[in-house]
Design a protein around this ligand. Sequence first.
Ligand code: ADP
Ligand code: MG
Ligand code: ZN
Length: 622
Amino acid sequence: MQFDDKNTPRPPSKPEARPPRNARVSLIIFIALLAASVGLFMFDGGKSAPSIPYSTFLTHLEEGNVDSVRIVDQRLIEGTLRGKDGASQDFSSVIPYVDAGLLEELKARGVRVEGASAQMGPLSVLAELFPWFFGFFLIWMVFRQSQGNNKAFSFGKSRAKRYQESDRKITFADVAGQKEAKYELLEVVDYLKNPQKFVKMGARIPKGVLLVGMPGTGKTLLAKAVAGEADVPFFHMSGSDFVEMFVGVGASRVRDLFDQGRKSAPCILFIDELDAVGRTRGAGYGGGHDEREQTLNQMLVEMDGFDTKDGVIILAATNRPDVLDPALLRPGRFDRQVVVAMPDIQEREDILKIHMAKVPMAEGVDAQRLSRATPGMSGADLANMVNEATLFAVRRGRSVVEMQDFEEARDKIMMGIARTSMVISEEEKKATAYHEAGHALLHYYLPNADPLHKVTIVPRGRALGVAFSLPAQDAYSRARGWIRDRIVISYGGYAAETIVYGETTTGTAQDLKQATDLARKMACEWGMSEELGAVAYGQEEEPIFIGKEIAQHKDYSEDTAMRIDRAVLGILEEARKKAFDILTEHRDQLLSLAEELIRKETLLDDDIKAMFGFKSPEASEA
Ligand code: ADP
Ligand code: MG
Ligand code: ZN
């Protein structure tokens, strides 16, 4: 800290504008620091002597007015001047350059010279340190803010939320529909209730169960219901909680979570949004061991080190199973997947009823009608709709929720959905029904096709509907007839739309691509085309690394290329014609199947067989 220049006050160090979050604490600290600095400044000022230019000092020296000089450092001197009337006056002066001859000069003129080592009093030490303190303080503030509320000091802890026994227990009764998921999870519940029974029998219980489904379908709810049913502690953490700015923090949180689990066994550890930590490793560029990878590795290690006998079951949820690291899905980890599907028309009604039971309803609120009017809505959307309707009712000063409130809530939520993902209009729903009915019906008229499992117009992912077939057995190789029928089925949607509307929608794009891929493989890889013969054309190299060129190198001539195109087209045309022929012939069945789909949204194989009197084609297995 300089003792010069007291005439120009040093600018007080101002704090940067700070978010109001920590305003009170910061303000107090800031005022304290400001007071300290002002105090020090005044202390400096009181101590220092008036500064004079060095030239003036030299003049005084020549005139013999200088009584004594204290050399503070190479650039600063202080001293006393002898006035003409015998009075003495203190001064200080900054030396503009290092004046090596000064000392000689002073000696020559008989001036008393002192050193000034004792200048650092306790207060000046403080003053020296003050800017450092202030700097550290600022850094700390920034740090705190970037970490949210004081998280910086609790890195390693898992912060898992534990649902206490006092919380109202959620059970399977609170989850509408999801029959298949509940059925699978019931085993977990049984085990948690009585682990010894299973251990004694030597049964292998899944360590990890992965709930897979679109957002809002009730994955979190199901996980809580498992805990509620089994009556065990439930530790809830989100994948994104593991990912922090410091390397190693996520890993230590994982360790902590599993430790907690071991201590409270039997219990459930639930990791929501697993994809936040569980993404495939090394997929990014420069792939080192980043924080997320370390966290994932730690999770794999913990899961391996776990014994199911410990009585801890790990549940996880994701809506992106496709991006998960394959290591997570290996046996001994999340080796069981439970699909949590979007609700169909009946399930939507049940969900509505569950949530309607919690608020006072007016007579004549028709859950069934509402369910029909809300295609494409998830369980969360429906719960939200009931809540919005209640809010509308409250705002209108009513004591019960009426149908009108629901209509408005529905419109509001539909608009919200339209902005974020997809809203399905009546028209689209109808078109989807005809499309899927086309796929479905063909299953019953093609001798080599797998039996139909179910057909649904409940959207999943980007698909508006699906017709699932159920392979009679696992097949690693398929006969030509099966592939041809598969291609015909792919054309089912296209043909049905054309037959009913005279034109097709963009919904056929995926089907056409699938058909074309199969036909091309038949011709080029599997030697299933009569014209081309049993030759493999265009060996495709599997893309092993991301970034490696995905190229199919041509090992055939232009002429062959044309023949391949012709052969592929031939296969496709034949299949397309077959699809049209079958569906035109059974147009009435196509129409009634579609209408039934619009009513029920999901139809099983048995439902369709009952409708049209189809028999099981047991004898027709090739
Ligand atoms: P996810 O975890 O799949 O995104 P949540 O479990 O968080 O979905 O569901 C959000 C809310 O939606 C639940 O708290 C519940 O109120 C409601 N909900 C979703 N599915 C159902 C269902 N099948 N039955 C009853 N309520 C449901
Ligand atoms: Mg969730
Ligand atoms: Zn289709």
